[in-house]
Design a protein around this ligand. Structure first.
Ligand SMILES: *Cc1c(COP(=O)(O)O)cnc(C)c1O
Length: 420
């Protein structure tokens, strides 16, 4: 027999208010605590998705509301206003925190707003170290903060640990790391960087968008914060812009400040988009393995092709940091880049136009393969000098390897390379 929904959604003040996320159905009570120790597949499937306490819905409902009715004077059901917190977003935040092994997460409207939240942890006049080949949007955001907020920023070759130590200042408060880097797939040694950060009481922040927690767990190497553009692999279907910041298990203090900042800056993610990212998480482990299998095959094919000068993929034994990749990562990921021997704009255009399954576009991490020319797209806002210094040449092509059949992707690259 159905109970009247109206009676269940309007508890009286004498009713016990069940906090969202409380196990409410058979079997679930046994799952909650076990998830931390479960395998990554089990974690991905179940992350953040305890049944909704209202009706036991197995998928989290989209709480598409701006505000929540108080139960009584000074008594809410745990949520008051969606900019501050929302049950659907809370599910995603719990899920991402679980997958990264952190204590809590905040979900934001984009990867860049996640970066904004992180940078707002700093006081004016702080100094930040950032890799010279960081994501173009991160570079833009840091430059903006440098001009308008008095942030001091040093961009450097962060794989060079001596250069990192030499760049430290008394006011260095944050080391921003991105590994593997975009678009050159260079790695940073997170354990070494965390040692340096700890020695001066600075925060180590790791942008983990390229590998996702399935393939890289920065907290295991001593990171304080992990950030994501969930627009990429976590969502994985190229239909959401989103971000997340996760605080390390022992950094509850940072988690509190992140939540306050997300509320204060108004950067929090919409319930519907949170629902979509949560849906993406459920297949993250399967997608990452399939992206990787395809990327390995393409990297090997490209490395053996006469029209290709160099392939950047940490999974190749020829990659200068292959050993570090094996030690630090749980997988090599689905991103690679390579340089065409003939890097004239005519040749590059001919190659790009000939591709059938690789759509030319920004972004990465979706089920469909994408191709980009970083010099004219993602990194166009860098000056040619900085680009040259960072090693981003015109013939550099970046692939986000999708989940199409391997044979189709290889055949496609082959015919496009033969247009040369
Ligand atoms: C895409 C991306 C970002 C920015 O995220 P948005 O969701 O586009 O705002 C930041 N870092 C990396 C590594 C990215 O790939």
């Amino acid at each position: 027999m159905h109970k009247s929904p109206s009676r269940r959604t309007r508890p009286t003040s004498s009713m016990t208010v069940v906090p969202p996320g409380t196990p409410s159905a058979m079997g679930w009570a046994h799952r909650d605590g076990g998830l931390v120790a479960a395998g990554s597949g089990t974690q991905c499937v179940h992350a953040g998705t305890l049944p909704d306490p209202a009706y036991g819905s197995v998928t989290p409902p989209i709480y598409q509301t701006s505000t929540f009715a108080y139960m009584d004077v000074l008594t809410s059901a745990g949520f008051e206003y969606t900019r501050t917190s929302n049950p659907t977003r809370a599910c995603l935040e719990d899920g991402i925190a679980l997958l990264e092994g952190g204590c809590a997460a905040v979900c934001t409207s984009s990867g860049m707003s996640a970066a904004l939240v992180v940078l707002n942890l700093l006081e004016a006049g702080s100094h930040v170290l950032c890799p010279i080949d960081c994501y173009g949007g991160t570079f833009r955001t840091l430059e903006h903060a440098r001009r308008t907020c008095g942030l001091e920023v040093t961009y450097l070759e962060m794989a060079d640990l001596e250069a990192v130590r030499a760049a430290l200042r008394p006011n260095t408060r944050m080391i921003w790391a991105e590994t593997p880097s975009n678009p050159l797939l260079r790695l940073l040694d997170l354990k070494a960087l965390s040692g340096i950060a700890k020695s001066i009481d600075a925060l180590l922040v790791v942008d983990n968008s390229f590998l996702s927690p399935v393939f890289q767990r920065p907290f295991a190497w001593g990171a304080d914060l992990v950030m994501h553009s969930t627009s990429k692999y976590l969502n994985g279907h190229s239909d959401v812009i989103g971000g997340a910041v996760v605080a390390a298990r022992e950094r509850e203090d940072l988690a509190q400040r992140l939540a306050t900042l997300n509320k204060t800056l108004g950067t929090s993610q919409s319930p519907h988009d949170c629902f979509l990212v949560l849906r993406g998480l459920k297949t993250l482990h399967l997608r990452m393995k399939a992206h990787e299998a395809n990327a390995i095959a393409l990297a090997k094919f490209l490395a053996g092709h006469p029209a290709v000068a160099v392939v950047n993929y940490p999974g190749l034994s020829s990659h200068p940091q292959h050993t570090l990749a094996r030690r630090q990562q749980l997988g090599f990921g689905g991103m690679l880049s390579f340089e065409l021997k003939n890097s004239s704009s005519v040749a590059v255009s001919r190659f790009l136009r000939a591709l059938r399954w690789f759509t030319m576009g920004e972004s990465l991490g979706g089920v469909e393969s994408l191709v980009a020319q970083p010099a004219t797209m993602s990194h166009a806002s860098m000056t040619p000098e900085i680009r040259a210094h960072a090693g981003i040449r015109d013939g550099l092509i970046r692939l986000s390897v999708g989940l199409e059949d391997q044979a189709d992707l290889i055949e496609d690259l082959q015919q496009a390379l033969e247009q040369e």
